[in-house]
Design a protein around this ligand. Sequence first.
Ligand SMILES: [Cu+2]
Length: 388
Amino acid sequence: MSSQPATVHAPHRDTGPGGTSAFWKVAVLLLGIAVGVLAIAAVAAVQAADEARDEVGTSGQQPAAASPAVHDHSATASQSLPIQSFAGTTGANAEDLAKAHVATDATLPAVPPGDLVKVHMTLKDMVVEIAPGVKYNTWAFDGHGAPGPILHVRQGQTVQMTLTNGGTIPHSIDFHAARIAPNVAFKDVAPGDSFTFRFKATDPGVFMYHCGTKPVLAHIANGMYGALVVDPATPLPKADHEYVLVASEWYLNGDGVSAPASLDMSKARSMMPDWTTFNGYANQYVTHPLTAKPGQTVRFYVVAAGPTLDTNFHVVGTIFDRAWVNGDMTHYQTGVQTVAVPAGGGAVFDVKIDEEGLYPFVSHAFAHVDLGQVGLLKVGSPKGTMTH
Ligand SMILES: [Cu+2]
């Protein structure tokens, strides 16, 4: 690479007699040296990687399992790829466990009355189930697990947020819907402390909120996120059902079956999730579908919480009648098949389905479906189940 500027630009600078041939000799010589140095560096890097891999291989399959405290960065310092993945490992009676699981209510809550909406969340460390028989140690907003509570306000209302830290380390809350100085409003709150701030919901849409304490990757991966829906001052077209889906991914340092898993920071940095979910539990709306009647309009508010991966939202068997892409509520697109919801972003979708049936909603990046980011919209009372 370093030879490219010399071969392209140097002739323009060369004015001396015989300079061109001298230049090429020097250029070829330098190129030869550069190739030699790169080759040596590459061999050294491969050897180092092999040694590191051997180290991980001999020290057990779960190098991070003994060190759930993600703030201890030294604990992951010796890890290298490939990373052991637990994707797909569930409890033995997965189907029964999935049926017994109470699905997170995806229904959009009502807008509270008045100009001021007071929200109080208490942070709490708690174990939640993220797939059948798979337990995870979250840092949770309001004791909800993940996502935290879904908030719903109208454009122009003021949100008064009080955060009480019932956990063991500092946390914070960052509202994407707010136009506010983050160093003031999104500051760390120490364990046992409370902090209150206000912001006016000036912009309509569906917004992520999350803990913004460093390392943010760890705080979001541990379940510290949720959604705030801000209705436009001018109402949207009527919808018969409004559902909120918060997409996220999980990185486990164990299978979570034998004992609750904690965060594997190496997997999180490498973007190798074990599970991806809508509203915090793999496939929950496959077992417990969202519902509508034929001909009704269903509105989905989708937030991709990440911490890192996007969600390519698609409803199998239909086409979006309206898609407010990127949460821009000033206009919508029509006849759209799949819309990328970026990590940290949101979008709103309307579908009106006339024909009875089971309509899967997915992230059409299909690795996500495999890992749990799939659900069903059950329109009417169709017979049978989804076989594919
Ligand atoms: Cu936090």
